[in-house]
Ligand binder design. Structure first.
Ligand code: NAD
Ligand code: MG
Length: 399
């Protein structure tokens, strides 16, 4: 009998993909890769097909699909957003790792939840856009959403089935990113390559920029709000520069429990892949005597205006997080191709959100900008934020 757990991996060629496959490589007896997907780096995907021998893949375009089919005649090859959904809902899969970046993961991740799988959720943007719908669907289908983002995984490990009713607050730790010590007057000179140099984590470009602005932590507050069904007021963000304490839970008796570990995504990923068992992992040992001291401090708001934007969106809920998410993806994309200065990211997002808030008050505000009733509403709200950001970007270029 084959006792290997059957795994599908969305976003196999990215950073979460690398870490996931590295855990699987260590445990060939425990896991079988059923499908792999990618958007870019098809050559890398082909190498992974040779190594992991999945049954199915999904690539971006039909052209690429043809090329992959020629190289691997036995392989089932899908393409595009439809193909991702086919892969995600495949009944063969037991655990799906959601490692696509951004809103592109919305439909396939939801399809995995709809088909009742264990979903190791790294891709936070879908939950930001449509958290309530994900929760409702998971409770209908019995899908387990396994928190894979390191902070949420820390809380998941701490709770380990404990009752959530005695929780006073969740404390998310943030490294502070590459500019935590930079004098504020030097922010206007930040270069793209400096913002891509995270002090503690090696990740994809979008999340690395989100970490530098702390939009990432804001998105994580929204993510935590859904994953642990916790009011936003009971979620605190603190700076912890060593990235050793991955997050904490404060209980009603004043006890605080934390999860500690090296900043390495293989740890939370292996916890989700192995869940409910814990796996062995061949990593360097965390030697706290070498680390010496662990520091914690308050977040300086003026350094991280994006965090406040996201917390405000989290408080207002409804379609606000989706609008902010779309705007942020558009602005970060533009920043990554060198069209903006670092400080423009927050400025542009503030302008988009203040335009949105004035529309939000008006009687003719479209319903999808007031509330999210369906995934399509979430996409339209996200698209509104994206379009508004792009309109402002074009206006700047024209000026
Ligand atoms: P990445 O950019 O390294 O990889 C993204 C993957 O998604 C790649 O395989 C890419 O080909 C694929 N992809 C990109 N656009 C796509 C599209 N339109 N359609 C289909 N596939 C697409 O990103 P990452 O750092 O691995 O992050 C993935 C997700 O996990 C993000 O949501 C991020 O916030 C979250 N996350 C990442 C880390 C980390 O350490 N990298 C930690 C916590 C959470
Ligand atoms: Mg995180």
């Amino acid at each position: 009998m084959n006792l290997q757990k059957k795994i599908s991996l969305l976003g196999a060629t990215g950073s979460i993909g690398d870490s996931t496959l590295s855990v699987i490589r260590e445990h060939p007896d425990l896991f079988q890769v059923i499908s792999l997907t990618c958007y870019s780096s098809v050559e890398k995907l082909c190498e992974l097909v040779r190594e992991f021998k999945p049954q199915k893949v999904c690539v971006h375009s039909m052209n690429e699909a043809r090329h992959v089919r020629e190289a691997f005649p036995e392989l089932e090859v899908h393409s595009g957003p439809e193909g991702l959904i086919r892969v995600a809902e495949d009944p063969e899969t037991e655990t799906l790792v959601a490692g696509i970046v951004g809103s592109a993961g919305l439909f396939p991740t939801y399809a995995a939840v709809s088909s009742g799988k264990n979903v190791a959720l790294a891709n936070k943007e879908p939950l930001v856009m449509a958290g309530r719908l994900f929760l409702e669907e998971a409770s209908k289908t019995g899908a387990n959403i396994l928190p894979t983002d390191s902070e949420h995984n820390a809380i998941f490990q701490v709770l380990d089935g404990r009752s959530q009713k005695n929780i006073k607050k969740l404390v998310l730790t943030a490294s502070g990113g590459p500019f935590r010590d930079l004098p504020l007057e030097q922010f206007s000179q930040i270069r793209l390559e400096d913002s891509l140099r995270h002090p503690n984590w090696k990740m994809g470009n979008k999340i690395t920029i989100d970490s530098a602005t702390m939009m990432n932590k804001g998105l994580e507050v929204i993510e935590a709000r859904w994953l642990f069904e916790m009011p936003v007021e009971n979620i605190e963000v603190i700076v912890h520069r060593e990235s050793i304490v991955h997050s904490m839970v404060e209980f009603s008796d004043g006890s605080i429990l934390a999860q500690l570990g090296l900043p390495d995504m293989r740890i939370p990923i292996s916890y989700c892949l192995g869940w409910p068992e814990r796996l062995e992992l061949d990593l360097p040992q965390l030697d706290l005597t070498q680390v010496g001291s662990l520091n914690f401090s308050k977040v300086e708001s003026e350094r991280y205006p994006c965090l406040d934007l996201a917390i405000e969106a989290a408080r207002l809920d409804r379609s606000v997080p989706a609008v902010l998410n779309g705007a942020n993806e558009a602005v970060v994309e533009s920043y990554l191709i060198g069209h903006l200065r670092f400080v423009d990211i927050a400025n542009l997002l503030e302008t988009v959100m203040s335009g949105f808030y004035s529309l939000y008050q008006k009687p003719d505000c479209p319903e999808y900008l007031k509330n999210i009733h369906s995934l399509e509403d979430a996409v339209r709200a996200d698209q509104w934020g994206r379009d508004e950001a792009q309109r402002l970007l074009l206006k700047r270029d024209a000026a």
